[in-house]
Design a protein around this ligand. Structure first.
Ligand code: F6R
Length: 265
């Protein structure tokens, strides 16, 4: 696991955007896995600014979002589809036909969404880079504690903590769905690379478990320890609970020296 501890949330956004830009320079038709929530917002703004300056193009890019609420229409502003349009897709040159979310609009049988989504990811050739945030309870996507580490895209019931923390996005609490379709933990682990962003002291306990805790379904993010190429980009506040912080900083300095000498592998 590559653990990159940066000064603040702005630095995390800058680093995250730079990594996506570098990937698209190497592979303009990359498949990106995307997250919603507050954490990646600054990174998306940065990518939009980069696009406006002509530093990056998304014309060949395909995207798959991690999750979507059950029962919301794609054009519902409270849906994750609405979020992605507002925060990223409406402002860049992406082909909307190549953007995917596990939509489960009213009338759709939720059980059918997961297998179709998995099939679409396979048809696209798999995800090159999966962007993740992490919940305070250690969830990734909406894989809440006790999710199977071998899970694939399916319906999950949200925990009261997650409902509470996401209630800020809903004007009327009665409109907040309690079910979501989410990529599974095995789906996330199938991505060639994973980049998890976490900022702020609220995330310190989850980050501690993710990096230093034992692998456990009770902290789903710990499953990333089993992945070959994971970068964890965090700010000082999110890193506050890490016991081996000095070591991670030292490793990073060494990595930078290697990079300067041999370039990126
Ligand atoms: C979002 C997602 C969630 C969030 C997590 C953190 O698509 O799948 O796992 O990444 O809940 O949310 P924020 O960033 O709002 O703290």
């Amino acid at each position: 696991m590559e653990i990159v501890i940066l000064e603040n949330s702005d630095a995390v956004a800058i680093e995250g955007a730079a990594r996506i830009r570098r990937l698209l320079e190497d592979k303009p038709d990359a498949v990106l896995g995307l997250a919603t929530g507050s954490t990646p917002l600054a990174m998306y703004r940065r990518l939009v600014a980069d696009f406006r300056q002509g530093l990056v193009s998304f014309t060949g890019v395909t995207t798959f979002n991690l999750d979507e609420y059950v029962g919301l229409r794609a054009d519902d502003p409270q849906s994750y589809s609405g979020y992605m349009s507002r925060e990223l897709f409406d402002h860049i040159d992406i082909d909307r036909g190549r953007t995917h979310l596990p939509l489960c609009e009213p009338g759709t049988d939720p059980a059918t969404v997961g297998p179709c989504y998995e099939e679409s990811i396979r048809e696209a050739g798999g995800i090159d880079l999966q962007v993740l945030g992490v919940g305070q309870n250690g969830h990734i996507g909406f894989n809440e504690p006790a999710s199977s580490l071998g899970s694939r895209t399916r319906v999950k019931t949200l925990t009261p903590e997650t409902l509470h923390s996401n209630s800020r996005y809903f004007d009327d609490p009665a409109e907040q769905p309690e079910l979501a379709v989410t990529m599974g933990i095995a789906t996330i682990r199938s991505a060639s690379r994973v980049m998890l962003l976490a900022t702020g002291s609220r995330k310190a306990a989850a980050v501690r478990q993710l990096v230093e805790g034992p692998v456990s379904a009770m902290w789903p993010a710990t499953a990333l320890q089993l992945h070959e190429r994971v970068a964890v980009l965090i700010d000082n506040e999110a890193a506050a609970g890490l016991e081996r912080r000095d070591y991670y900083d030292w490793v990073n300095r060494k990595q930078r020296q290697l990079l300067l000498r041999y370039g990126e592998s």
